[in-house]
Unconditional design. Structure first.
Length: 504
């Protein structure tokens, strides 16, 4: 028999950006048996209203008694009509257990954003996006994230159900290995921004692994929005031919960042904005967990996607996200502007990477893909290759290239390296490419576009250009399709990180 009580709760003031509601109380519920003398479940429903300008996170405390086997939550909110150009209602949801809601703390139990209207957790299982484990007694918190609120405000309803009984046994997670067989020192292809049913994607990990293999990838990184639940979901899907790294897309209100290759099971918090001056602390947490800090789609047009934290804490930047679009063009130009400082010997430079951000059909896994020169197919080697900038980006495995710059005395430098020759010495940039029919090769320097050449109809050819370090602080290569948008160059087929020239 189900018990259902409807409560209308009042708000209790909390910290800036946070609102805490009155506690939902189940105290004594476990002492009230059903008609047959057994305890089965108890339900409470909470209704409330949030005004425009509501805090980023609204916490609904739930007092969970002893003896609970499963906690289940469902929620709804209204979506009134709004004028054109005005944001309507959108509300995310997640869960923290009795260990608390402290940012970066141990209480995190899951996040589904706006992808689901209901979820459950128990010791032996949980809805994708949530972590299985015991439902211990104490104050749990349902986290509502009113992402956008209509001028009329947001009416919401949250239903909490506790099911009683033996807790069951929590499974020991099985995580992917840190190394695959590989080919020794070689160029490895990967896609490190992907979504499954564990956040707002529609594909299972098994479907993604099959698509990755079909795309010719050697590695991938699982990066769900604000949750690590997928880290344990790849058992049986890796192999000698496919390295699976674990990570997270940390989805804040001021931009998204891919935590690439963090230790399995390590959760990185997302509950801050640029104005909170907190990102550096979480970037360091990513690195402590063995990951790379990679701002994602910095100029994407979705709400909250635009990157506001600056690039000082980044290890690389995603300049190409999914099918190449004008916002990628803006990111590429912004990244290119950062290369001059390093060319002059002022600090490290930021390598460029590209990922598919694939969620569902018809999104293409491996469009684009990051190609990394690594000593072997392992987490450490792939990350070392990216940090060093030994990287180029391709729209598919059909595209192959080799790019280098040579001096007159046999000096040689490849992608991500520096050719140390005198400033007046002639040097030759050379790009060998295949798999790019109808495309044009472009050489770009600190002065901008300096040389173009059309490839043969086959899409395979070699293009060379002579310059000097006096004339070019660096050279990088692009392979472009014909233009489709007036005023912009054609979509990208491939691009390289730079070769730097001269003695800084």
């Amino acid at each position: 028999m189900e018990r259902r009580d409807v409560l209308r709760l009042t708000a209790v003031a909390g910290a800036a950006g946070v609102l805490t509601l009155d506690t939902v109380n189940f105290a004594g519920a476990a002492d009230r048996p059903d008609g047959d003398g057994s305890r089965r479940e108890e339900t409470r429903t909470v209704r409330g209203h949030l005004p425009t300008g509501a805090p980023d996170y609204v916490y609904l405390p739930v007092d969970v008694p002893d003896g609970v086997r499963e906690l289940a939550v469902s929620y709804t909110y209204d979506k009134p009509a709004v004028p054109a150009g005005t944001n309507g209602n959108a509300c995310d949801i997640g869960l923290f257990d009795q260990r608390g809601t402290t940012p970066g703390g141990s209480g995190f139990r899951g996040w589904s954003g706006g992808a689901r209207t209901e979820f459950f957790v128990r010791a032996d299982d949980a809805t994708p996006g949530y972590l299985p484990g015991p439902v211990g007694p104490g104050i749990w918190h349902i986290a509502l994230g009113p992402y956008t609120v209509a001028p009329q405000g947001m009416d919401y309803e949250v239903t909490v159900t506790l099911r009683y009984g033996a807790p069951g046994e929590a499974p020991k997670p099985v995580y992917p290995p840190q190394r695959a067989k590989g080919r020794g020192r070689a160029w490895y292809r990967g896609d490190s921004h992907l979504h499954s049913i564990h956040s707002d994607g529609k594909r299972t990990p098994a479907e993604i692994a099959a698509l990755a293999r079909a795309a010719g990838l050697d590695f991938l990184t699982t990066t769900e929005h604000n949750t690590t639940s997928a880290h344990r979901a790849w058992e049986g899907l890796w192999g000698d031919d496919l390295l699976i790294l674990t990570g997270e897309e940390i989805t804040t209100r001021n931009g998204h960042v891919v935590a690439m290759g963090t230790d399995p099971g390590v959760f990185i918090d997302w509950r801050y904005r640029a104005r909170d001056n907190a990102f550096g602390r979480y970037a360091r947490a990513i690195r402590r967990a063995g990951g790379l800090v990679v701002p994602a789609h910095p100029h994407a047009t979705c709400i909250g996607c635009n990157w506001k934290f600056g690039l000082n804490e980044a290890d690389a930047v995603e300049v190409w996200n999914g099918p190449y679009t004008p916002d990628d063009e803006v990111t590429l130009a912004e990244w290119d502007n950062t290369l001059v400082a390093h060319a002059q010997g002022r600090g490290d430079w930021l390598p460029a990477v590209g990922h598919s951000d694939a969620h569902r059909d018809p999104d293409v896994v491996g469009l684009p893909q990051t190609v990394v020169l690594a000593d072997d197919l392992s987490r450490q080697a792939i990350q070392s290759g990216i940090r060093a900038g030994r990287v180029w980006i391709a729209e598919s495995a059909e595209v192959a290239l080799a790019f280098s710059v040579t001096g007159g005395r046999g000096e040689h430098a490849g992608i991500g390296e520096r050719l140390r020759v005198d400033r007046a010495s002639p040097v030759t940039a050379r790009l060998e490419v295949s798999g790019a029919p109808g495309c044009t090769v472009r050489f770009v320097t600190d002065q901008g576009l300096r040389y173009t050449a059309a490839l043969p109809a086959s899409g395979a050819g070699t293009v060379s250009w002579v310059t000097t370090p006096d004339n070019a602080a660096y050279v990088r290569a692009e392979v472009r399709h014909p233009a489709t948008t007036e005023g912009l160059p054609g979509p990208m087929a491939a691009l390289t990180n730079p070769v730097f020239l001269g003695r800084p």
